[in-house]
Design a protein around this ligand. Structure first.
Ligand SMILES: [Zn+2]
Length: 299
């Protein structure tokens, strides 16, 4: 495989061994435009989905298995948005948001998560089928943005000192987004099993200050390679390691056979009600807007 170009649509693993810190940095460009191209979202929803896809890329690229899937799903009530789903599988990202245009129009230009989602939470599901590991974390949708919500979730619920920064920018017709995730994980620690955690470990504030100094404009700059940015932030550290880069792309996994099998499970009278004027049942993929026409007699 050719080396991954570390400018846009890429994620890179980072480790600072002497500080017991690890994490991911990611930048998305064309992949966001590709996801958004299938929808006609207002700017606020486009920005939120760009941010959510970036968080999905950061968390998804933490998965050890190539077959691993990471899903973000917002469950909400009473806000302008009632559903948001993003997922990651093998570097492929997809996502969509369902919203109420009327409620959205009443929001201020920079709404809080509470204003966007009402009472809601974000379910983060890590699924690693080979190891048969499935884990779900529940993140309250509180704070200024998804990065802030994810950071307080890791610190409070997972007891992992963490830094999460997300930034988005629209240049002309094109979106750019970037994110940095850093976590304090004591030596030898893998996954979620922890013997103990020292939230007051002196190495962590140091890493958090350096990582926290990253600017939004640096995270979104498509001309600044991710490894150069890591070097800019941490060049005074004894040792900084980067792992193999991951190429990100838009991908959808909807398929006609699966859609048919779902429709076939509905009772006959309900299927009948789905038939359109052209005599077909039409199902659209919520992620990519692909349309699947089904002949009812063939089910
Ligand atoms: Zn699809």
């Amino acid at each position: 495989m050719p080396p991954v170009e570390l400018k846009t649509d890429a994620a890179l693993g980072v480790a600072i061994p002497s500080r017991n810190a690890r994490g991911r940095i990611a930048r998305l460009g064309p992949v966001i435009d590709a996801v958004l191209a299938n929808h006609d979202y207002p700017p606020l929803i486009e920005r939120l989905l760009a941010e959510a896809l970036t968080l999905t890329a950061l968390l998804g690229s933490l998965l050890k298995e190539a077959e691993g899937q990471l899903t973000l799903q917002a469950q909400t009530e009473g806000g302008a948005i009632d559903l948001m789903v993003c997922d990651y599988l093998g570097g492929e990202l997809r996502g969509y948001i369902r919203h109420d245009a009327g409620k959205l129009a009443e929001l201020p230009p920079e709404p809080t998560l509470k204003q966007l989602f009402g009472d809601g939470y974000l379910a983060i599901t890590f699924d690693q089928p080979v190891a048969k590991e499935r884990y779900q974390g529940i993140v309250p949708l509180e704070g200024k943005n998804l990065g802030e919500a994810a950071q307080s979730y890791f610190a409070q619920s997972e007891q992992i000192p963490s830094l999460v920064r997300l930034a988005t920018e629209k240049r002309g017709d094109h979106w750019l987004a970037g994110g940095l995730l850093l976590q304090h994980l004591p030596e030898g620690e893998e996954g979620r099993d922890r013997l103990h955690t020292r939230l007051d470990h002196p190495d962590w504030p140091h890493v958090a200050i350096l990582g926290g100094s990253v600017k939004g404009a640096e995270l979104t700059d498509p001309d600044l390679p991710l490894d150069d940015l890591i070097w800019r932030l941490f060049h005074e550290e004894e040792e900084v390691r980067t792992l193999a880069g991951v190429q990100l792309s838009r991908g959808c996994r909807c398929d006609a056979d699966y859609v048919r099998s779902v429709i076939a499970r509905f009772p006959a009278e309900e299927r009948e009600a789905m038939v359109g004027d052209d005599g077909l049942i039409r199902v659209d993929c919520a992620f990519c807007s692909s349309s699947f026409p089904i002949e009812p007699e063939a089910l």
